[in-house]
Design a protein around this ligand. Structure first.
Ligand SMILES: Cc1ncc(COP(=O)(O)O)c(C=O)c1O
Length: 390
């Protein structure tokens, strides 16, 4: 069954097989390349596992939609018990507000009159929480919230080791939270942090997790001492997802990448290859030298995020050719070296599926995703949040 008008990406011969019911029996060979494939069995297993974990540990699951960028998959997460969804950009909030979402968290600094106005438009249709780490942004949001007469929930962002946004545990964080608690119609609900620095496969991973737990404890103690709310304590990432119960005080987790997983998550021990649901379907368009293969996708298909597990950069895992090294890219060319591949040589026209290094940015390069089960294409959907950078 194909929906969302995916016919436009399929060849005429396929369209001709469309029955009067409007359904279409499509298989992977019908899809033109390069194309984003999502293994639905694997994706559903990833969603189910995270939902069961969150339920078992009494944690609210608020998946970050930056990875799938689709209201369809956001809906699947909510059907499985997610309490709401997370976005980074206001443009993503506008997209997700068009889906079946009970409320949204913007876990990214929102700055500027235009963005504040647009976010308050969203907040008039769906309850919105914003994370922030400065009074200037709070003042701007307060002004726009007053203008439209809508309450805006706020989390103050703490830096618990990521060294990106957020105030360190201590006086400045408490002072910001205290000020926001007195800025109606802003409603302070608690704290947000992002543990993106923690890689539990690294030698210092356990130490970093223990330090984060201690630092969060001191933040929450400070909040309680000052009569500040701690009802929402929002953290979570994919590498720490199944360790979230080890962080006392955490109430909510926001994993994003877990929906599809990728080479980076495998390298960090966060998942296995069988948990990787996304791959890019490509075609071999040139075999110019022995052991050299060129596919029809480069940095405009995969992005340039390298993986260097053994020092040498690679750009994805070629599923059909064990030992193949996807070692170089131009914008539209992907270069694969087969000198360590132990099997028949690749041929012109051969289809290759490649698991990307960093799936979130790869998805952002594609207009559509094709959901597969085995060889059949069950549905196709637009990646509505792609390119919504503002
Ligand atoms: C603020 C915030 N929350 C949650 C996530 C999701 O983390 P992950 O990609 O590890 O699932 C991200 C990812 O960039 C993030 O920036």
């Amino acid at each position: 069954m194909v929906d969302c008008g995916c016919e436009s990406s399929l060849p005429r011969s396929t369209l001709a097989r469309q029955g009067t019911s409007g359904t279409l029996k499509t298989t992977i060979p019908d899809i033109d390349t390069p194309a984003l494939l999502i293994d639905l069995d694997r994706m559903e297993a990833n969603l189910d596992r995270a939902a069961s974990y969150a339920e078992a540990h009494g944690l609210s699951l608020r998946p970050h939609t930056k990875t799938h960028k689709s209201t369809l998959i956001g809906g699947m997460q909510l059907e499985r018990g997610a309490t709401g969804l997370t976005v980074a950009k206001v443009g993503e909030a506008e997209v997700m507000a068009g889906g079946p979402v009970p409320d949204l968290l913007v876990a990214y600094p929102v700055w500027g009159e235009g963005k504040w106005a647009r976010l308050l438009d969203v907040a008039q249709t769906v309850p919105v929480t914003v994370a922030l780490d400065n009074l200037e942004a709070a003042t701007g949001l307060q002004r726009h919230a007053r203008r439209v007469g809508v309450a805006l929930r706020i989390l103050v962002e703490a830096d618990l080791g990521m060294r990106r946004c957020g105030l360190p545990p201590g006086e400045s964080l408490i002072a910001l939270a205290t000020a926001i608690a007195r800025m109606p119609p802003l409603r302070l609900e608690g704290v947000m942090f992002y543990p993106g620095h923690i890689n539990l496969a690294a030698p210092d991973g356990e130490v970093a997790l223990a330090k984060l737990a201690t630092d969060l404890d001191s933040v929450l103690a400070g909040f309680k001492k000052n009569g500040l709310p701690t009802g929402v304590v929002s953290g979570g990432s994919t590498p720490t997802l199944y360790h979230s119960h080890r962080i006392p005080g955490l109430t909510e987790i926001r994993p994003g990448t877990y929906v599809f997983n990728d080479c980076t998550q495998v390298a960090m021990g966060a998942c296995g290859w069988d948990d990787c649901a996304a791959s890019i379907l490509t075609t071999v368009v040139s075999t110019p030298r022995p052991n050299a293969v060129v596919i029809d996708g480069g940095s405009k298909t995969f992005t340039s995020d390298p993986l260097r597990p053994r020092g040498e950069a690679t750009f994805g895992r070629v599923l059909e050719l064990p030992g193949a090294r996807f070692h170089k890219m131009n914008e539209e060319h992907g270069m694969i070296d087969l000198s360590k591949h132990d099997g028949p040589p690749a041929r012109i026209g051969q289809r290759l599926r490649i698991v990307p290094n960093h799936v979130c940015v790869t998805v952002n390069m594609h207009e559509r995703a094709h959901g597969i089960r085995g060889e059949s294409v069950e549905r196709s959907w637009p990646v509505e949040g792609r390119g919504k950078l503002q």
